[in-house]
Design a protein around this ligand. Structure first.
Ligand code: PDD
Length: 282
């Protein structure tokens, strides 16, 4: 993103170098806000309605009044997409509780801060798609409301740094011996041709790509079991995948240095990946 990229801040479109917020913004002081990350293919946002619905749910969960109607959000997305010079885009949006003297309880009468920017969409490389990626695992030490897409990402950042330092693509998280998700993605296992999906509960983000994968599975003839998935099942899986708005569907071929299945992206992954490409870029 260059210094003159146009961003949206509280009603204005302006170059990023001119976009300024108060140091008392609760996003800066407390990480008190929520966000969305929407992939855009050929200038069409993928599942925008679902992203806006999740945004609405997250704002409600943290008690921030939704500053815009769905129609206003849609219009703003389309304006940002129109202004950006890329065909494939990543639209980032965040809403914070606004500016107020530092005090933990919700301030009276603060106006939510709304910020949006567009970057080029960075998808997995052909090499990563063909060979899969290495991941490491860690105990999921985050809070118990991982279903909220909070901008307070210190837990996710510390966990992601573990894989970054191991030169791995993602950190796969387990809580009390059960798979939750990745530091910034959802995780699925495949065993004997069936997708094993962790429960969509408070311990994982309800990923838009997670939902898309579960919706696509019957269309490519793959059964799903949505239930707790143990660490032993993950280690013995035939396939392991990451999903997210930036990674789409990506095969994990080693976990903590041990091969998953035969150590290559599996047959079910290949079907899902191909179907995903059709839906997004076809
Ligand atoms: N991350 N789980 C976590 C913790 C995430 O941060 C994300 C997305 C997902 C996948 O959600 P979706 O399919 O809606 O992208 C799951 C985004 C991309 C990010 O933080 O940049």
């Amino acid at each position: 993103m260059s210094q003159d990229s146009v961003v949206y801040l509280n009603g204005a479109f302006l170059p990023i170098s001119e976009a300024k917020i108060s140091v008392l913004d609760r996003g800066f002081i407390f990480g008190d806000g929520v966000y969305e990350f929407v992939p855009v293919y050929h200038r069409r946002p993928f599942r925008l309605a679902q992203h806006l619905k999740r945004l609405e749910n997250c704002l409600a969960a943290v008690g921030i009044a939704n500053p815009k109607s769905t129609a206003e959000w849609e219009a703003l997305f389309h304006e940002m997409i129109r202004r950006a010079p890329y065909e494939q885009q990543a639209v980032y949006l965040q809403v914070t509780r606004g500016v107020a003297p530092r005090d933990h309880p919700f301030p009276q009468g603060a106006t939510p801060t709304v910020f949006m920017m567009v970057n080029p969409l960075k998808l997995p490389t052909p090499e990563q798609i063909e060979h899969g990626v290495a991941c490491v695992s860690a105990e999921d030490f985050r809070w118990h409301r991982c279903d909220i897409k909070s901008i307070s990402l210190i837990g996710n950042i510390l966990l992601r740094q573990m894989s970054a330092e191991a030169d791995a693509a993602e950190t796969v998280l387990f809580r009390n011996g059960f798979l939750t998700e990745g530091s910034s993605s959802n995780v699925f296992a495949v065993k004997n041709g069936t997708i094993l999906a962790p429960l969509r509960d408070h311990l994982i983000l309800p990923g838009i790509t997670y939902d898309a994968a579960l919706e696509f599975a019957p269309k490519i003839g793959v059964p799903i079991e949505t239930r707790p998935v143990s660490r032993a099942e993950v280690l013995a899986a035939d396939e392991l995948w990451l999903t997210s708005s930036g990674k789409e569907v990506l095969a994990i071929t080693t976990l903590d240095g041990q091969p998953i299945g035969d150590g290559k992206p599996g047959a079910v992954f290949k079907k899902m990946w191909a179907y995903f490409q059709e839906q997004t870029k076809g």
